[in-house]
Structures are given as structure tokens and as C-alpha cells.
Design a protein around this ligand. Structure first.
Ligand code: AHR
Length: 496
């Protein structure tokens, strides 16, 4: 099969905000306890943070980590996780029905994030709590000193304000599973008032309102419209969440799911702009895709989990090769929509539906670690419009799916062009790319993830089953690049 692609340096889809490569740590399962934090383990540092995990997080270069939830945040009292550790309460955690020991809280997480080289994206509880606690938390985190909550932070040993810039106004407040879920009117009003107070404390912060928990929600669309009617002038982003599965074990359908993600993004952009137009506003609301991933492998085990354990192994999906291909497609979808999607968080980062796994003495990279690594490292710059001309295949549902999916990013400082591509078929695809306006480019590397059984995965004992290689075939002649995209492959073609 043959495919053609025209890349022009002036054909810009949008500037890539580095926060597009964010991730997420929730107080859930072994993400915090046994994941990033494991005091007493020889692999941990003096604060109890796993050094091997920190190394892997730094390798990914994660610019932003959403915290502390997720569903967890809707029942969370942030004060419980501050002050002397031996005085912190053990509490019933209702979102995931576990015991929360509060040995890690916002102060400790700030220290961890600093070590990881990441900014924190803090979520406030708009479930059991509301605007008052939200503004107190902003004061605690961001106010320099001389007020009740800022002095509490200083007394807890954190003299300098945290300077947290990006804040989520609750989590999935439309979901019946959410602690104190709300109607769009209830949430829209609460989010608007919380936003007002939080920005009075620190006008420099940016706020994310909750969109629907997914495209499948019956209230999708109407939820976004009503919420934005209330808080358009006070917020900066609206959130999107999506998780895909291959329960049907149908590779053609599975790899088509990034098209749904694209539709989801386009729909939310339309709603934001229509509310803006109705309000005669010149302001644009951008998108925060702050939960996205593949999630289904662990659902059966989780349903059988005994409640009220401390940090049980929940949502521990073992990712395989086909998951890495779809995660690559989802990353390319985010890149192509970089004009409006400014924040995105791979959910989550460690142990819980995560690219990084740990046991007592090892940390290792799952298959999905690699497309995320490549996008984070080589996907920064200007995203270009990238629409290949290629054949389609017919998926089981009858829909036509282009045989390859692509995205490309030009880094003007480094004068590097990176082309990402997934071949979704069992045939090689010869891709001819025309390069316009980049000057003379030469091949640096063509990285691939390919040649594996769909179900092959990495494990503690075999962490290198599925790892990338620099064995891709690309040649460059003048303003043309010729690449072979192997059957079912993830490709990162780097031109300098
Ligand atoms: O990431 C796991 C869970 O998925 C989050 O807690 C919630 O927001 C979503 O439903």
C-alpha cells in the first residue's frame, strides 16, 4: 500500500503547550503508597520517595501532574494530609472504598513533584466541599505569608509558596458515581463562585471546569453548554475524559477509537465557541483532556476487591503491544488538536492504569510508556496540519478507517521535524512525504515499535519484551522523505 503526506512549515495546526504531555497521580490503589512513596524501601530517598520511579518519571519529562484525584478528590479534606505525619487521620475513602492514611498530602506531593521536575495541577473538592475550602487551599498553596492559611503552610515547613498555576474545579461532577454529583445548574453555579473566590486570592491562576465524564454520558453536550453559560467568564478550560477498551478483541475497531477522540474534541470545541458567540465574548475556552488512556484489563479483578484495605492493587492494567499502538494514536490526536487542547493528562502515572509499574524491588516501563516518552520528548514545538492521503479499511462497525494515522511537529529552535505515524493494518505502507519550507533536512532516526504479538507485554521479570528500536526505514532526498511503515507499527521519524 502507498500513502502520501504534504507537510508545509506554514500549515500550522497550533502551538504545542508543554502541558499536553501531563499525567495524573490520584490517591488510588498503589499510585501514591507503594508507587511514588515507599518509606523504608532501600530504593527510596530520605523523604520516602522511590528513586527508581522518579528516574522513570524524569525520563518521560512530565511537565504537569494532576493531583490528588480523580474521584478521590470529591471526598477529600486537604488539611488531613498536612502537618506532623503521626497526627494525620486514617479515614474511610469512599470513592474507592479503601483506608486513606494521609501519610502523603499536598505538601509532600509538592516536594515529590519538584524532584520529578513537574508542576502540580491541583484539583479542589467540589463534592462534599465547596468554594470556601477551595479558596483556603489556594491561600495555603499560593499566598506568600501573613495570612492564616499561608502561615499554616510556613509552619508546616514550606516557607515559599508553591505557585500552583493550573487548578481543576472538581472532578467528573456529572457522574452518578461521583461523591456528591451535581446537575449542570448546581455545578455551574458552584464552579463559578469557587472560581471567583480562587481568582480573588490569586488572579494569576488558570481554572478548568468539569466537562462531561465522557462522550457516552447521556447529558453530554447539554452539560457543557449549561456549565459554560454559568462560568464562561471565570474559567479558562473545560475538561474531557476518555478511556478505551478492546473487550471485543477486535484490532480494527480498537485502533479506530482515536477517531472517536477526535470527534469528541471537535464537538467540545464547537460547544465552547457557540456559548462564547452567544455571550458576544472574544474569549476562547480551551480544552483540558485531563484523563485519557486505555483502561479495561483490570476491571474484573477490581470488581472482586475486598473493601477497606490500605493501598490495595487497584486498576493495575498490564498494557500490551496493541495498547501502545492506540496510545500512540491518541497522542497524535492530541497533537493534531494542539490549537485548542492545551492540557492533557495520561491517566495515570504509576501502578494505576499507568506507564510505570513497581513491585517491592523493581520499577519498570509498560508498553505505553514508549509512545508517551516519544511524544513528550519530540512532540514539542509547532504542530502542523497532517492529513495523509491513503486507503481505508472497513472496521467491523462498518466505518471507514484510514490505514495510517499521523501527526507532525516542527521545533523551530532546534530545526527538527518529527513525524509520528501508526500503521493500523497487517500490510506495510510506503509513505511518501513532501517537505515544504523546512530548509535542508536529513534523517536523524526512525524509531519503531513493531513486530510484536498484539498481546505481548512487559513484566517485572521481562521488562524489555516490547521496547522501541531504531530500525525504521526512511530515506530523504531533497524535499521528499520515503518511509516504510511496517505492519501494525508505531513510528517516530526524526528529521534534522
Ligand atoms: O483515573 C481513574 C478514574 O477515572 C478517576 O478517578 C475518575 O476521574 C475517572 O472516572
Amino acid at each position: 500500500m502507498k500513502a502520501t503526506l504534504w507537510l508545509n512549515r506554514m500549515d500550522i495546526a497550533g502551538e504545542v503547550d508543554k502541558r499536553l504531555f501531563g499525567s495524573f497521580i490520584e490517591h488510588l490503589g498503589r499510585a501514591v503508597y507503594g508507587g511514588i512513596y515507599d518509606p523504608g524501601n532501600p530504593l527510596s530517598d530520605e523523604e520516602g520517595f522511590r528513586k527508581d520511579v522518579l528516574d522513570l518519571v524524569r525520563e518521560l519529562d512530565v511537565p504537569l501532574v494532576r493531583y490528588p484525584g480523580g474521584n478521590f478528590v470529591s471526598g477529600y479534606n486537604w488539611e488531613d494530609g498536612t502537618g506532623p505525619k503521626d497526627q494525620r487521620p486514617r479515614k474511610l475513602e469512599l470513592a474507592w472504598r479503601t483506608i486513606e492514611t494521609n501519610q502523603v498530602g499536598i505538601d509532600d506531593f509538592q516536594s515529590w513533584a519538584k524532584k520529578a521536575g513537574s508542576e502540580v495541577m491541583m484539583a479542589v473538592n467540589l463534592g462534599t466541599r465547596g468554594p470556601d475550602e477551595a479558596r483556603n487551599l489556594v491561600e495555603y498553596c499560593n499566598f506568600p505569608g501573613g495570612s492564616y492559611f499561608s502561615e499554616k503552610r510556613r509552619a508546616n515547613g514550606y516557607d515559599e509558596p508553591f505557585g500552583i498555576k493550573t487548578w481543576c474545579l472538581g472532578n467528573e461532577m456529572d457522574g452518578p458515581w461521583q461523591i456528591c454529583a451535581k446537575t449542570p445548574e448546581e455545578y455551574g453555579r458552584t464552579a463559578c463562585e469557587a472560581a471567583k473566590l480562587m481568582k480573588l486570592v490569586d488572579p494569576s491562576i488558570e481554572l478548568v471546569a468539569c466537562g462531561s465524564s465522557g462522550l457516552m454520558m447521556p447529558t453530554f453536550g447539554e452539560w457543557e453548554r449549561v456549565v459554560l453559560e454559568h462560568c464562561y467568564d471565570y474559567v479558562d478550560y473545560i475538561s474531557l475524559h476518555t478511556y478505551y477498551d478492546n473487550e471485543a478483541d477486535d484490532i480494527g475497531e480498537f485502533l479506530a477509537k482515536s477517531l472517536d477522540m477526535d470527534t469528541f474534541i471537535q464537538s467540545v470545541v464547537s460547544i465552547c465557541d457557540s456559548v462564547g458567540a452567544k455571550k458576544h465574548s472574544s474569549k476562547k475556552i480551551n480544552l483540558s483532556f485531563d484523563e485519557w488512556n486505555v483502561w479495561y484489563h483490570s476491571k474484573k479483578t477490581d470488581a472482586e476487591m475486598e473493601p477497606w484495605q490500605v493501598a490495595p492493587p487497584q486498576l493495575e492494567d498490564v498494557y500490551n503491544f496493541e495498547d501502545a499502538l492506540l496510545v500512540g494514536c491518541m497522542l497524535m490526536t492530541l497533537l493534531r488538536n494542539a490549537g485548542r487542547v492545551k492540557i492533557a493528562c495520561l491517566a495515570q502515572l504509576v501502578n494505576v492504569i499507568a506507564p510505570i509499574m513497581t513491585n517491592g524491588d523493581k520499577a519498570w516501563a509498560q508498553t505505553i510508556f514508549y509512545p508517551y516518552l516519544h511524544a513528550s520528548r519530540y512532540g514539542r514545538g509547532i504542530s502542523l496540519k497532517t492529513a495523509p492521503e491513503c486507503e481505508t479499511y472497513t472496521a467491523t462497525s462498518g466505518r471507514k478507517v484510514p490505514v495510517i494515522e499521523t501527526a507532525s511537529v516542527w521545533n523551530p529552535e532546534k530545526k527538527e521535524l518529527t513525524l509520528f505515524a501508526v500503521n493500523k493494518t497487517d500490510q506495510p505502507v510506503e509513505l511518501e512525504t513532501s517537505l515544504e519550507g523546512f530548509g535542508a533536512l536529513q534523517l536523524d532516526t526512525h524509531i519503531t515499535l513493531q513486530g510484536h504479538d498484539f498481546k505481548e507485554a512487559n513484566t517485572a521479570d521481562h521488562p524489555d519484551n516490547v521496547v522501541p528500536k531504531t530500525d525504521g526505514k526512511t530515506t530523504v532526498q531533497g524535499d521528499r522523505a520515503h518511509s516504510v511503515l511496517q505492519p501494525y507499527s508505531w513510528n517516530v521519524i526524526r528529521l534534522k
